[in-house]
Write a protein that binds this ligand. Structure first.
Ligand SMILES: [Zn+2]
Length: 268
């Protein structure tokens, strides 16, 4: 067949761009992706500010500025649909055509969630990197947020991994510094005002008052502490056993991270 393909472009190619690499892939929902790698010079705008980012589940992320970024619209509803579709899969007989059909349907719902999430994350990370010279995040390779349910957690963990990857390459493009502070750093339990560390802070406690009298929004306090830790690391080179990501300036590519819409697909 030599018919033109019905393509949905995620964004226009830069003017005059000559793709050097073309990658074709297919996801579990049966969709085909073509990604084009092009060289494109990025001119970083000067920025002097720094931002700390706390990853959450109720909010997608909270910034040290106090801003809370919510999840994409419709995500809650789509999650409910996904849970239902996954139950359908488990009800069908193993190896049957019905099960394969149910599985594909669940994969499609999941792909929609991750697509929306990724689009949302692209806009957010581009904005954060454009606006700030230093971006500080926590290393959440392993974390313990069991109370929020397996599905919500799988999706938010996948989103966080995607966000970190985007921040890594976008910081490199724009000549920004990405500082990653150690995951054992007590970002939530540390009072940003007086330095006292609480022994306990259950996940359902969203706001707390320190002995020193300061009232904290849990996530904003965490984001501020992450920022402070990152700046300390950035200034003296160590402090909280960070993995420091140095950033590079210069030529960049338009490469998007590989389409992994279903890479983190929860058990079907
Ligand atoms: Zn305090």
């Amino acid at each position: 067949m030599r018919e033109p393909l019905d393509v949905v472009w995620s964004r226009p190619l830069p003017e005059g761009a000559q793709p050097s690499t073309v990658t074709v892939s297919q996801d579990a929902a049966g969709r085909w992706f073509v990604s084009l790698l092009c060289d494109d010079a990025v001119t970083p705008a000067p920025a002097t500010t720094a931002v700390g980012i706390d990853a959450g589940i109720t909010s997608l992320v909270t910034l040290s500025t106090g801003e809370k970024i919510t999840n994409p619209r419709h995500e809650r509803r789509d999650r409910a649909r996904l849970a239902k579709a996954q139950r359908e899969v488990s009800r069908k007989e193993k190896g049957s055509a019905n099960r394969a059909r149910a599985r594909l349907k669940a994969a499609k719902v999941y792909a929609r969630i991750t697509d929306r999430r990724r689009d949302h994350l692209h806009k957010l990370t581009t904005r954060l990197v454009r606006e700030n010279q230093t971006v500080v995040i926590e290393d959440l390779t392993v974390r313990n947020m069991v109370k929020n349910g397996r599905l919500a957690r799988a999706i938010s963990d996948a989103a966080w991994r995607d966000m970190r990857t985007m921040l890594e390459y976008k910081c490199a493009w724009y000549g920004r510094e990405l500082v990653i502070v150690d995951r054992w750093f007590p970002s939530s339990k540390l009072c940003g005002a007086c330095g006292t560390i609480r022994t306990k802070l259950p996940l359902n406690v969203r706001e707390w008052t320190c002995e020193c009298g300061v009232v904290h929004d849990r996530d904003v306090n965490a984001a501020k502490n992450i920022l402070a830790a990152g700046l300390a690391v950035s200034a003296c080179g160590d402090g909280v056993r960070p993995q420091r990501e140095s950033s590079r300036t210069g030529r960049s590519s338009m490469k998007q991270e590989p389409q992994r819409a279903t890479a983190g697909l929860p058990r079907l």
